[in-house]
Ligand binder design. Structure first.
Ligand code: PMP
Ligand code: GLN
Length: 383
């Protein structure tokens, strides 16, 4: 592995999912649902496959039906108007969208300010682009992890090119408030920064106010690349359909990179996701309601087992503090947990540059059937 990537070995998700399989544990580590997305959308994929739609290379930017559906979704949900031809790009999941955006927009040596803890592919993608990551740490405050706006401002220097934002936030479950997003937007405008915002959990915000897309804030539309994913919104993580929306210049740049990473991907699935994005509001409401119920089941179970629980406002993850259990090293705790309790979780330290700061935190995914969550909680209580 070259020097840029030497610090990145196997991702924690692969390591922990393998551990779940080899020990027969309940896997609350890697975030994937144990129930597939809607039957009618799976049928739509089968129809596309049978009818010979998407079995050969689809168009580079994505099929027109899907780009139109993405634009319609952004308009219907957020009042954001994007031209499907010049302002929308289909990617191989959000993962490629993140990598292609950073490779397209960051010059070697540029600083990229990212919230810490950060989703692990951010650090690797910044490194691939030759950028320098500058973490701004979210810290526990009255039951959730919050952004210190002064720290954020102080992190921006003359070498900062880009802010990499994630809301709802993996792994903390924090949803940035309107005031926090306003401050981020003001800073981006004042310092003339580009913004890449990972909003793959946009449909998993549990209070009724719903998701606030950063691109909708004043001055942001022209400087923001927004990222979404059918894996998260429709529970098809294996299909690898993601997307980017943004101004024509930014989307053209991301597309220039994407064509040499994968060129195209997910042919027949693109047709199915186009149909999924047009599902009635009832689908999205039910998805959110059922995930909120599961959040509550797992949050109560973890509390009863002695964890300090940071009840998430969004995503399908719960971050906990293990210190009330007399533990302080999340890595050691997660490596021992399959033997102790038959449950797999993720040590948040892998999402930190400052591993010490992340050490006592452990993440559990709740995108699982209720009986699975109850069984996991039972096992944890008994350990
Ligand atoms: N961003 C975040 C914050 C995520 O949690 C994930 C998936 N775990 C991704 C991006 C990747 O999404 P995809 O599976 O669409 O590549
Ligand atoms: N995004 C998922 C998580 O945070 C995992 C995705 C992956 O395995 N790369 O758990």
């Amino acid at each position: 592995l070259n020097r840029r990537l030497a610090e990145f070995g196997t991702t924690i998700f692969a390591e922990m999912s393998a551990l779940a399989v080899s020990t027969g544990s309940i896997n609350l580590g890697q975030g994937f649902p144990d129930t597939d997305g809607p039957e009618e959308i799976r049928e739509a994929a089968v129809r596309a496959l049978r009818d010979g739609r998407g079995n050969q290379y689809p168009p580079g930017p994505g099929i027109p039906e899907l780009r139109t559906a993405i634009a319609a979704h952004q308009q219907r949900r957020y009042g954001l108007v994007y031209d499907p031809d010049s302002e929308v790009l289909v990617t191989a999941g959000a993962t490629e969208a993140i990598a292609a955006s950073l490779l397209a927009l960051v010059e070697p040596g540029d600083e990229v300010v990212a919230l810490e803890p950060y989703y692990d592919s951010y650090a690797a993608s910044i490194a691939m682009a030759g950028g320098r990551r500058v973490p701004v740490t979210l810290r526990p405050h009255e039951g959730s992890f919050r952004l210190d706006l002064d720290e954020l401002r102080a992190a921006v220097t003359d070498r900062t090119r880009l802010l990499l934002v994630n809301t709802p936030h993996n792994p903390t479950g924090t949803v940035l408030t309107r005031a926090e997003l306003t401050a981020i937007a003001e800073l981006a405008v004042e310092r003339d920064l580009l913004v890449v915002t990972d909003e793959v959990y946009e449909h998993l915000v549990f209070d009724d106010a719903g998701h606030l897309p950063l691109a909708a804030f004043p001055g942001m539309r022209e400087r923001t690349v927004s990222i979404g994913s059918a894996g998260k919104t429709f529970s098809f993580t294996g299909w690898k359909v993601g997307w980017v929306t943004g101004s024509p210049d930014l989307v053209r740049a991301v597309r220039a990179v994407k064509q040499f990473l994968t060129y195209v991907s997910s042919g027949p699935f693109q047709y199915a996701v186009a149909e999924a994005l047009a599902l009635p509001d009832a689908y999205f409401e039910e998805f959110r309601r059922s995930m909120r119920e599961r959040r509550d089941i797992l949050a109560e179970g973890l509390t009863a087992a002695g964890f300090e629980v940071f009840r998430p406002a969004g995503t399908y993850f719960i971050t906990t503090d293990i210190r009330p259990l007399g533990e302080k090293d999340g890595f050691a705790f997660c490596r021992a947990l399959p033997e102790r309790a038959g449950v797999v979780a993720i040590p948040n330290a892998v999402f930190y540059d400052d591993r010490e700061a992340g050490a006592p935190f452990v993440r559990f995914a709740f995108c699982k059937r209720e009986e699975v969550l109850r069984e996991a909680a039972e096992r944890l209580r008994g350990m």
